[in-house]
Design a protein around this ligand. Sequence first.
Ligand code: 6PG
Length: 254
Amino acid sequence: MSAPHVVVFDSAESLCQAAARHLVDLVKTSPPTTTTTTGKHDGRWSIALSGGSTPKRLYTILREQHPDVATGRIEYFFGDVRMVPDDSPDSNFKMASESLLHVVDPVHVHAINTKQPAAAAAAEFEQTLRSRLAADAEGTPQFDLVLLGVGPDGHTASLFPGTPASQERERLVVTCMPNPGITPMVERVTITSRVIQAARHVLVLATGADKHWVLRGIVDDTPPAKVPVSRLVRDCAGAVTLMVDKAMTEGPKG
Ligand code: 6PG
């Protein structure tokens, strides 16, 4: 288990530029270990994408500034989706498609099927992970990299504090509803902590003073009164990098 490596940036933009370089360097300098049971991803890294505004900027930078890696070296999956139509403004698939995936051969994009009921979508995506990713010693499909954002309530992916999904340790992909106050209030499908903690690399991108308590909850050994779900990254088998902005380290002013 590795403690997160925390890197602080002056702005969200400099954070996303560095996150893109970090991801590209990983892809270019170390071979993927996740090969499909039906053969290799022709050397591609299996990456689970996150929703959120911070990852969205990263995707645009990858497309614009690192097109060779973005189109030729990555097998794309999703860490979580909102169960809305793919053309909905709330869709993580729409966000990723518009910022990056529209330039990627669809054969290398493994989306969660939001056209079916959430339970069926979760079961189907679990099979996708089992069939396309190599498994670790515990039989857990292993991403080369899982990309995560962090919500101000301490959630990551769609694992919300106090929900059964955030406690799930057996299943790989589950359905869930956000806690009251989280938007959009729609059903979600998400990978579980079992999958996140099995990944070779985890890259967490988070900004904003309102998430200061979450940073403390992840970095400090003694969690705050409310333990953020995102603290799960403290128990990952792989390397965890937490990229945050100065505002998140300083917390709310006054
Ligand atoms: C989602 C995301 C979620 C997101 C965080 C952070 O579907 O909403 O998967 O986990 O990453 O809410 O979002 P921001 O980067 O916009 O703060």
